[in-house]
Ligand binder design. Structure first.
Ligand SMILES: Cc1ncc(COP(=O)(O)O)c(C=O)c1O
Length: 403
C-alpha cells in the first residue's frame, strides 16, 4: 500500500512527497530518494530493456532508460504533484515557460485554431502567444477574463483553447474557475490554467473542471529561490501522453537535482504558504491605511473586485499583493525600492523571503506602455511577494521605505 491509497490531507501527503513505500521488502532504504545523476539505466536483459523503452515494466511500473525520457527524481516529483492537484498524472519541465508551451501544444494549439487568453497573463506568456503561436496561424484573442462578462466572451469567441491564471500578475485579479470551465465545456474548449500564485494548497483547478494545470515551480513549490522548474498536471490521460511527448521531443524535461530540490520544497509547502497568506493579510491592512499608498490590490480585502469569488474558490487569499504609490512615477517607485532593507528587490516570487518587483522593468518589461496601461499597471505599481519572516519586520521595512 502506498501513501496514494490513503485519504490523508494535502498537508500530510506533501510532507511525505517522494518518500519511498515503507512496506517495501528492501532493507535499509533511504527515506529521501537519492539523486539519480545518470544518463542511462541498466535492465536485467535485452527483453527487459526492450520493454523499458515503452516507459513501463512488464508489471506496469514506470521505468527509465534514457534521461531525456524521465528520471526517478522527476518521476517522484510528478507523482506528488499529480496527487496534490487531483490529476491523473503530471510532467515536470525545466521551467514554467516550458510547461506552459507544452501544455498549449498538448491542448491542441496549432495552425487554424483559436486561443482565448486572459489579457492579464504573465508578460512572457503573452509574448509566447504573440511570437511563437500567432506567426504559425493561431488566432490569439486577449480579453479581460476576470470580469462578470467572461462567459459571454467565451460564447462569442468559441475558442479551441482557453488560458487563464488563477490569480493574475501583478494586480492579483481572480478568475472564476467554475464559471470558466462550465462555459468552456459548452463550446468544447480545452482549458489551461496557470496556478503558480495559488499552488494546490489554495485551490485545485482540476476539481473545478479544468483540463490542464501548470505551475512555474520556480516559485512557491521550490520556495527557496534555488531552483528553476515547471510542471503541468493533467485531468485526462490523453493530454498527459501529449505533455510527455512534448517534454521528450522539445528536450524540456527536468533534471534529477532540480527535481530533488522541488520534492524537498513540497514537504514544507503548506507551512510556508499558510504563513505567507497570514503575513500578506497583515501587510495588506497596513498598506491600506498608509497615506503614501493610493490603493492596495489583495483578494483578501473586502473591497477587492473578486473577493467573493476568491472566498468561494481559495483555501486562503495568497501571499501576493500589489499596491500603488500616491506618487505615480518610476522615480518614486525606484526611491521606495532602493530604501528597502529587508524585502529583496528581486524578480521572482513565492520564496521564503519577501520580494518586491516593479512590473514595468521586470515581468511586464517586454510589453508596451500602452499594453501595461490597458492592463491597469501604472507607473506607481509595486508587487510584493510576502515571505515567511515575522510580519511586523516586513511592515516596519515597508514603513521606513515609504517615509
Ligand atoms: C504566473 C507565472 N507563470 C509562469 C512563469 C514562468 O516561469 P519560469 O520563470 O519558471 O519559466 C512565471 C514567472 O515569473 C509566472 O509568474
Amino acid at each position: 500500500m502506498s501513501q496514494h491509497d490513503h485519504h490523508w490531507s494535502i498537508e500530510t501527503c506533501l510532507v511525505h512527497a517522494g518518500v519511498p513505500n515503507r512496506l517495501s521488502d528492501v532493507a535499509g532504504r533511504a527515506t529521501v530518494l537519492p539523486i539519480h545523476a545518470s544518463t542511462t539505466y541498466l535492465h536485467p536483459s535485452a527483453e527487459a530493456l526492450d520493454q523499458a523503452f515503452s516507459g513501463s515494466t512488464a508489471s506496469g511500473e514506470r521505468t527509465f532508460f534514457y534521461a531525456r525520457y524521465g528520471n526517478p527524481n522527476a518521476c517522484a516529483f510528478e507523482e506528488s504533484m499529480a496527487q496534490a492537484e487531483s490529476g491523473v498524472g503530471a510532467v515536470a519541465f525545466g521551467s514554467g515557460m516550458a510547461a506552459i508551451y507544452a501544455a498549449l501544444l498538448a491542448a491542441g494549439l496549432a495552425t487554424g485554431t483559436k486561443i482565448l487568453a486572459s489579457r492579464d497573463l504573465y508578460g512572457p506568456t503573452t509574448e509566447l502567444l504573440r511570437t511563437v503561436f500567432a506567426p504559425i496561424g493561431v488566432e490569439v484573442i486577449l480579453a479581460d477574463l476576470c470580469s462578470s462578462t467572461t462567459v459571454d466572451v467565451v460564447h462569442a469567441e468559441q475558442p479551441d483553447v482557453i488560458l487563464v491564471e488563477t490569480i493574475s500578475n501583478p494586480l492579483v485579479k481572480v478568475v472564476d474557475l467554475d464559471a470558466m470551465s462550465a462555459a468552456a465545456q459548452e463550446v468544447g474548449a480545452v482549458t489551461v490554467v496557470d496556478s503558480t500564485f495559488t499552488t494546490p494548497y489554495l485551490v485545485k483547478p482540476i476539481e473545478h473542471g479544468f483540463d490542464l494545470v501548470v505551475h512555474s515551480a520556480t516559485k512557491y513549490i521550490g520556495g527557496h529561490g534555488d531552483s528553476t522548474a515547471g510542471v503541468a498536471i493533467s485531468a485526462k490521460r490523453t493530454l498527459l501522453d501529449q505533455l510527455r511527448t512534448y517534454a521528450i521531443l522539445l528536450g524540456a524535461m527536468l533534471s534529477p537535482f532540480e527535481s530533488h530540490l522541488l520534492l524537498r520544497g513540497l514537504r514544507t509547502l503548506s507551512l510556508r504558504v499558510e504563513r505567507q497568506c497570514q503575513n500578506a493579510a497583515q501587510v495588506a491592512h497596513f498598506l491600506q491605511q498608509h497615506p503614501a499608498i493610493a490603493c492596495v490590490h489583495y483578494p483578501g480585502l473586502p473591497n477587492h473586485p473578486q473577493h467573493a469569488i476568491a472566498t468561494r474558490l481559495f483555501h486562503r487569499y495568497g501571499g501576493l499583493l500589489a499596491f500603488e504609490l500616491q506618487e505615480q512615477s518610476r522615480a518614486a517607485a525606484f526611491r521606495f525600492m532602493n530604501r528597502l532593507q529587508l524585502c529583496l528587490p528581486a524578480t521572482t516570487l513565492g520564496d521564503v523571503f519577501s520580494l518586491v518587483s516593479y512590473p514595468p522593468i521586470s515581468s511586464h518589461r517586454t510589453l508596451t506602455e500602452a499594453d501595461r496601461s490597458n492592463m491597469g499597471i501604472t507607473e506607481g505599481c509595486i508587487r510584493l511577494s510576502v515571505g515567511i519572516e515575522q510580519a511586523q519586520d516586513i511592515i516596519s521595512d515597508l514603513a521606513q521605505a515609504l517615509e
